[in-house]
Write a protein that binds this ligand. Structure first.
Ligand code: FRU
Length: 504
């Protein structure tokens, strides 16, 4: 059933069927890339979570592997929630959240050399309770690293009445842990709980790493920042990934600035990253659905894994993201457009057509200019997803150095926007993009219901649910002067050939 859904992506990783959420245990082990993921094989709803597993040699095509972890009587009887993989002197070892009776505690499992079978540690749970005397909102998800002769671990949490936090622990053997203290405590009273930079009442999926040269705990020769990624959680729907740049030293993290990780907010949630042997930091995130629970169950599948992203440090010290270069292997049917100046342009038919596309544009925006790129358009124009870049007029604050990237989904789907089971989310997404010489490099990957946009390294990810099956690509420049310097488009090949085997 899932395979018959025209909205199911064809070059993103999706689970064989059923439910997928967070990426887990992402790594490269003996040359093979491994992606584990939060998985419910029973149906497209979140319940009794297993760890699904897939492998890849190129981060582009994937081979399904049998389920890696499943709940069993004991501390993970109600689910094996998010966690990470570490190399314990040659032994692959998972640290994950075992769920029992509506709470989670850290558990450990030891893997076979091919990472396919896992044995749960008899010591589970390896931490028997959250820190005593702290009124916590939740306690789960892990980040584990080696520092000198010891292991260190962060567990995501929140302190009631204060904000999200990550508790720091230390261990010699991954089985017995000493509590050190909170690494950093957020302030949930600052900002708007519905706003895009609210730091939340709980931090899910904390991920601490050195971006650039060196490793955690060392003094960086070149000023490379340490980065603390977390998914700010609240009861509503405004969950989103954020990160602090700053310095991790001793037992704390000294933050310098807070940043939005992806302007799509909850559509790139619970990211996790790792360093591959080439020294690249690769990040995955969960592209959750924007349709109703009933529609997911009906479709038979839910959740898309992002394309793997290479994370680098931009000139201004923030993170920059780009899809892995290897994706170029899927490109087919190149279409290029000559450079031209777009002024007061109503609509330019690019001639590009398809719902699996890779688009790469270089544009220059004069002050006051607006560029619109329409994708997934129906022949009559009734349905269309619009990506907009706009630059403020004159030298107003932010006008010189940046533009705004905006995703307009109000016409993405004829499915009704308000109420009812057919409703889909059409909330506008936007964020600032630094201009380089007035220029933006815009990369747009369209995969049926998944859209990943990168504008000068700033990502905006979302889901759309077109009903008419259109694939028209148009350009317009309704205001000001836009120079189209480069335009290249490709259709993207399927990575999923035959039917998928269902595991277990
Ligand atoms: C994030 C999350 C994690 C948890 C897992 C459960 O999306 O809620 O906090 O471990 O998903 O599936």
């Amino acid at each position: 059933r899932a395979e018959a859904d025209p909205l199911r992506p064809r070059f993103h990783f999706v689970s064989p069927a059923g439910w997928l959420n967070d990426p887990n245990g992402v790594c490269q082990w003996n040359g093979v890339y491994h992606l584990f993921y939060q998985y419910n094989p029973e149906g497209a709803f979140h319940h009794r979570i297993h760890w699904g597993h897939a492998t890849s040699l190129d981060l582009v095509t994937w081979t399904d592997q049998p389920v890696a972890l499943e709940p069993s009587p004991g501390p993970d009887a109600d689910g094996c929630w998010s966690g990470v993989l570490v190399d314990d002197g040659g032994t692959p070892t998972l640290v994950y959240s075992g769920r029992l009776d509506e709470r989670e505690l850290p558990c450990v499992a030891v893997g076979s050399g091919d990472l396919s079978t896992w044995t749960k540690a008899p010591q589970n749970p390896v931490i028997s309770a959250p820190p005593a005397g702290v009124d916590i909102t939740a306690y789960r998800d892990h980040c584990v690293w080696r520092e000198g002769s010891r292991w260190r671990q962060l567990v995501g949490s929140g302190i009631r009445g204060r904000g999200g936090t990550a508790f720091l622990y230390e261990s010699a053997d991954l089985r017995s842990w000493d509590y050190v203290g909170p690494l950093l405590i957020g302030d949930a009273s600052q900002g708007d709980p519905a706003g895009t930079d609210w730091t939340g009442t709980m931090w899910e999926c904390v991920d601490l790493f050195r971006a650039g040269a060196g490793s955690l705990g060392s003094v960086p020769a070149d000023g490379s920042p340490d980065v603390l990624v977390f998914s700010a959680w609240n009861d509503g729907d405004t969950r989103h990934p954020l990160y602090w740049t700053g310095r991790y030293a001793g037992d704390s993290f000294e933050p310098s600035a807070l940043h939005r990780l992806d302007y799509g907010g909850r559509y790139f949630y619970a990211p996790q990253s790792f360093l591959d042997v080439a020294g690249r930091r690769i990040m995955f995130g969960w592209l959750q659905e924007g349709r109703s629970d009933a529609a997911m169950v009906e479709a038979g599948w839910s959740g898309v894994m992002s394309l793997p992203r290479v994370v680098t440090v931009a000139g201004d010290g923030t993170l920059a993201f780009a899809p892995v270069p290897g994706l170029a292997a899927l490109r087919r049917n190149h279409v290029g457009l000559p450079a031209r100046v777009l002024v007061g342009l109503g609509l330019l038919e690019t001639g590009v057509q398809g719902n699996q596309l890779d688009l790469e544009l270089d544009v220059q925006l004069e002050p006051g200019a607006v560029l619109r790129l329409g994708v997934l358009g129906s022949a009559d124009g009734a349905e269309e997803t619009v990506i907009e870049l706009s630059r403020a007029r004159g030298g107003a604050a932010g006008g010189e150095g940046q533009c705004v990237l905006r995703l307009d989904r109000t016409r993405s789907s004829l499915a009704p926007a308000g109420g009812g089971e057919a409703a889909v989310d059409v909330e506008e997404k936007s964020g600032p993009v630094p201009l380089r010489d007035g220029k933006v490099h815009l990369r747009v990957l369209v995969d049926r219901s998944a859209v990943e946009i990168f504008a000068n390294g700033k990502p905006l990810t979302a889901r759309v649910y077109p009903t008419l099956g259109g694939g028209r690509v148009t350009l317009s420049a309704p205001e000001g002067t836009v120079r189209l310097l480069d335009f290249d488009a490709w259709t993207m090949a399927d990575i999923w050939g035959g039917p998928r085997t269902l595991f277990p």
